[in-house]
Design a binder for this molecule. Sequence first.
Ligand SMILES: Nc1ncnc2c1ncn2[C@@H]1O[C@H](COP(=O)(O)OP(=O)(O)OP(=O)(O)O)[C@@H](O)[C@H]1O
Ligand SMILES: O=C(O)C1=C[C@@H](O)[C@@H](O)[C@H](O)C1
Ligand SMILES: [Mg+2]
Length: 198
Amino acid sequence: MTDTSSLLAPTLAERTRAILGRRNLILVGLMGAGKSVIGRLVAQQLGLPFIDTDTEIERVSRMTISELFTAYGETEFRALETRVVKRILRSGPKVVSTGGGAFINDKTRRQIERGGISIWLHADLEVLWERVNKRDHRPLLKTENPKQTLEKLMQDRYPVYARADITINSRDVRKEVICAEVLEAVITHLTDNRKSHG
Ligand SMILES: Nc1ncnc2c1ncn2[C@@H]1O[C@H](COP(=O)(O)OP(=O)(O)OP(=O)(O)O)[C@@H](O)[C@H]1O
Ligand SMILES: O=C(O)C1=C[C@@H](O)[C@@H](O)[C@H](O)C1
Ligand SMILES: [Mg+2]
């Protein structure tokens, strides 16, 4: 007789979707870490809506992020980001990729902590630099030495990103590999949580 048990076993995506319930998955991390690309793929796999907060900010303001920084400055941009993140996370489940500074801002981080499971895409300097140096639309990197600026942002921000519920090592492997690692980590995180809460 043919063993059909493996054919009937739920897939990784199905298992993740089942345990996730109505929670949101929120990707955080530096520019170039892969939040948008991996977030979209995770959402596709889980059959959930995907929202990128930078894109949503650009939609509601009808300005690009660069234009917002130039016209109103970073402080106003952060206030708008907090409001947009709060609204997006009011309902779930969905997959949300955030702008690089969202989790660093105290108010926005509190919204994220309340709003779902946070996932830090951690990457080293060379990986990030290879990815971001191809385009120059990022206002924070419009400096004399953008690579050094990126390194400084890593030093300042990594201790804060480390507070995320889950950390994934984002590196140059196929995005499907990173996506599968995210799903596995979500299952582990929620299973461990269940155990510790009896
Ligand atoms: N696993 C990967 N392998 C190769 N390239 C990748 C991988 N993940 C992301 N990239 C590439 O790196 C670049 C940055 O990715 P992405 O835009 O998703 O980063 P981000 O974290 O959303 O950055 P930002 O905060 O600037 O929006 C893109 O060109 C993307 O295709
Ligand atoms: O790292 C940051 O502070 C930023 C990252 C981008 O996603 C944008 O949200 C904006 O350029 C600021
Ligand atoms: Mg992005």
